[in-house]
Design a binder for this molecule. Structure first.
Ligand SMILES: *Cc1c(COP(=O)(O)O)cnc(C)c1O
Length: 428
């Protein structure tokens, strides 16, 4: 559930009218609901905590889903940890008040500088994805006289369905090492004086709407922990990644967090490890919308009707990149028969099409629409393609709202690009 509701004929985010908000901030703009973020975090972590056999798991919010500092601070205040995939994300998490010992550092290609930074910062554990990375980390840790906690990321070779670009758990994907390789690497890590081998991790994909592949993967991880322990190694942590899907309306409804937690308890309950979960989308997606204005309704003689918006693929790339479906709702619905629209942005690419032949309530130039479920993998993937100013982000809290990432001015955009000295004409 989320806190975007029709009230007196207009869409509200909590106590704030999106019509008023669009007047104040302009469009396009992302709008996030504090109450929804809080609720999603509470439901997810509460579901896990209701199973004593899961111990007290670390819920490390996957920062890449929505890394706005105010979003992170909202979650930090509830005790969330952070799953990060770059030095920049670690810096964000810390700036938002997430303690380093609740920060996990994941990612396929960490640089030496990033590993050194993570060691100095004292993150909870570094998830190593390959042998070269393990060797690099051991060397950097030795040079620092440090002994970071290391988790080996396993690719359990379980397909999780979903779009090929967000599936990560099959053997052909670039993530992690095979189960067999993980045993060898874990043993190797355990012999390194500069490393503390503490556990294993997996993350098989995103927007997963069926618990079966997750349960298979968790079962394989449990067996792996058993084999490592049987060979005399100690395993203290098990990181089970994120990936739980959200309802985008065109898919079967994903299982609720309660069902996910019950499955986790079945699969890995009572294992005597510190568990980590890394939910991203399930926390942030339905807590945000992209607000856009209709520039034109362009009716073609062939009957096609284009709804041209002031938002484009540079603001929300998911439809172009993943063929993603977003529910599109008029902010102030008009009476009348629904119409079929191709909803497009102004960018000079045919890919700048949000959806084709979507049946929507009637819309006219100047109307506002909201792309629902845009709080995850929305603003974080935005760009200034076509020199469209970076889309602003707004956080709502009850009756209050604040611009938590302002739209840059054109002067600010241009000032970021100093001319090469030989191109600057001498002052006359
Ligand atoms: C992206 C990612 C997540 C979060 O995935 P969601 O589908 O947003 O829950 C968690 N862990 C890792 C390692 C990731 O790369």
């Amino acid at each position: 559930m989320n806190h975007f509701e029709l009230r007196d004929g207009g869409l509200y985010c909590e106590g704030v009218s999106l019509v008023r908000l669009a007047e104040a901030v302009g469009t396009p703009a992302y709008v996030y609901s504090t109450a929804t973020l809080q609720r999603h975090y509470a439901v997810f972590s509460g579901a896990l905590k209701s199973h004593a056999s899961l111990g007290s798991p670390l819920v490390a919010y996957a920062v890449k889903a929505n890394s706005n500092l105010s979003v992170l601070r909202t979650l930090a205040a509830l005790g969330a940890g952070a799953d990060t995939v770059s030095e920049g994300e670690i810096r964000r998490a810390i700036a938002a008040g997430i303690p380093p010992d609740r920060i996990v550092f994941s990612g396929v290609g960490k640089t030496a500088a990033e590993l050194a930074y993570a060691i100095e910062t004292g993150v909870a554990h570094i998830n190593v994805e390959s042998e070269p990375e393990l060797d690099l980390l051991a060397a950097i840790a030795a040079a620092h006289g440090a002994r970071p906690s290391v988790v080996i990321r396993v690719n359990p070779d379980v397909g999780a369905g979903g779009h090929v670009k967000i599936s990560t758990g099959k053997s052909e994907s670039k993530f992690g090492v095979s189960l067999a390789e993980a045993e060898r690497l874990y043993a190797k890590a355990a012999t390194q004086p500069s490393l503390r081998a503490v556990g294993v991790a997996c993350h098989i994909g995103s927007q997963i709407v069926d618990l079966t592949p997750l349960e298979s993967a968790f079962g394989l991880m449990r067996a792996l922990v058993g084999r490592l322990r049987a060979s005399g190694l100690s395993v203290e942590r098990l990181d089970l990644g994120g990936g739980l899907g959200v309802p985008y309306f065109n898919q079967p409804d994903p299982p609720p967090p309660e069902a996910f937690a019950a499955m986790a308890a079945r699969a890995v309950g009572g294992l005597d490890v510190q568990l980590t979960f890394e939910p991203g989308r399930v926390i942030a997606a339905n807590a945000g919308v992209l607000l856009a204005r209709v520039l034109h309704v362009n009716a073609r003689p062939d009957g096609r009707r284009f709804l041209v918006l002031d938002a484009a693929m540079n603001d929300l790339v998911r439809p172009a990149m993943y063929d993603a479906y977003h529910d599109i709702r008029p902010v102030a619905p008009r009476d009348g028969e629904p119409q079929t629209y191709d909803v497009v942005g102004p960018v000079c690419e045919t890919g700048d099409t949000f959806t084709r032949e979507r049946l929507l309530p009637p819309l006219a130039a100047g109307d506002l629409v909201a792309f629902m479920s845009a709080g995850a993998y929305g603003a974080v993937m935005s760009s200034e393609y076509n020199t469209r100013p970076l889309v602003p982000e707004v956080l709502v809290n009850g009756e209050a709202f604040a611009v938590v990432r302002p739209r840059p001015t054109y002067d600010e955009i241009l000032a970021r690009e100093p001319l090469a000295p030989w191109l600057v004409s001498p002052k006359s």
